[in-house]
Design a protein around this ligand. Structure first.
Ligand SMILES: Nc1ncnc2c1ncn2[C@@H]1O[C@H](COP(=O)(O)OP(=O)(O)O)[C@@H](O)[C@H]1O
Ligand SMILES: O=c1ccn([C@@H]2O[C@H](COP(=O)(O)OP(=O)(O)O)[C@@H](O)[C@H]2O)c(=O)[nH]1
Length: 240
């Protein structure tokens, strides 16, 4: 009997902050995080190297009211700090489930997390550790989706996997337009010219230029991460 091998060796998984909320209104839902970590552990055991970029929307949108009228860059730094909190929670859950996780932050907070140093991140991945990239790109006016594209390119990931609440890229936002239909695949140029709001244009453009494909899939659907890693058709593929 031949055992099926994963189709991918190194992946960059983008988890939106909102995905960590589960059914809660904001914050981190423990059951949701535990389930996600189980899925990550499963593919790691198959020998896939996993790096994660975590969002901050679940915490940041909870405090965003207080940022109304604030300087944009200052509010963005608050958003980046929110991703550090999520990264710590995620890494803690990973350690509890037998994975070895390392958080690397794009902003220096040295008493709390180690700084992002690319060769160190590559070393951890080679060692089978899960690297959680926190604080996005470290720059205001960007998003964690762009951070996923950037770090994905930097570590030589074969694919960026965007795990989100919807199960792919639709002709319009499916949460607002029930008649929207899902693409099985589409090019970056199509995604950008059609202004599809699933990811920002900066992230799409970076992946397009680096020829780094993105697969958008549902975080709610159990086993989806493994199916993507096995090369099965799950969600939507965006390619150059
Ligand atoms: N064309 C589209 N196809 C799929 N989802 C879309 C589209 N346009 C907007 N969206 C929205 O983008 C969201 C996915 O982005 P994500 O980063 O997970 O969420 P957020 O930006 O709210 O944190 C989905 O929840 C969906 O409602
Ligand atoms: O490189 C980055 C990444 C994130 N952010 C800020 O952090 C917030 C949270 O990130 P994001 O919205 O991407 O999280 P998600 O939607 O994935 O939960 C953003 O709104 C930005 O304010 C930023 O300024 N630069």
């Amino acid at each position: 009997m031949t055992i099926a091998q994963p189709a991918l060796k190194r992946i960059l998984l983008k988890l939106s902050g909102e995905a960590l909320m589960g059914d809660d209104q904001f914050g981190i839902n423990r059951a949701t995080i535990v389930r996600m970590v189980e899925e990550i552990a499963e593919v790691t055991r198959m020998g896939v190297q996993v790096a994660v970029v975590i969002g901050g929307g679940n915490i940041f949108r909870g405090v965003a009211g207080g940022s109304v009228g604030m300087d944009r860059a200052t509010a963005d730094y608050m958003g980046m700090l929110a991703t550090v909190m999520n990264a710590l929670a995620l890494a803690d859950a990973m350690d509890k489930q037998g994975l070895t996780a390392r958080v690397m932050s794009a902003i220096a907070i040295e008493q709390v997390v180690e700084p992002y140093v690319r060769p160190k991140a590559l070393q951890y991945l080679e060692e089978g550790k899960v690297v959680v990239f926190a604080a996005g790109t470290g720059n205001p006016f960007f998003t964690t989706d762009t951070a996923a594209a950037l770090r994905g390119a930097e570590i030589g990931a074969e694919l960026v996997l965007k795990a989100t609440k919807v199960d792919g890229v639709y002709t319009a936002d499916p949460q607002k337009d029930p008649s929207a239909t899902r693409y099985a695949k589409l090019t970056f140029d199509e995604a950008i010219t059609r202004n599809l709001g699933i990811m920002d244009a900066t992230a799409f453009a970076l992946c397009r230029d680096q020829r780094l494909p993105i697969r958008v899939f549902s975080i709610v659907k159990s086993g989806a991460l493994k199916r993507v890693v096995m090369g099965e058709d799950e969600g939507t593929l965006v390619y150059a």
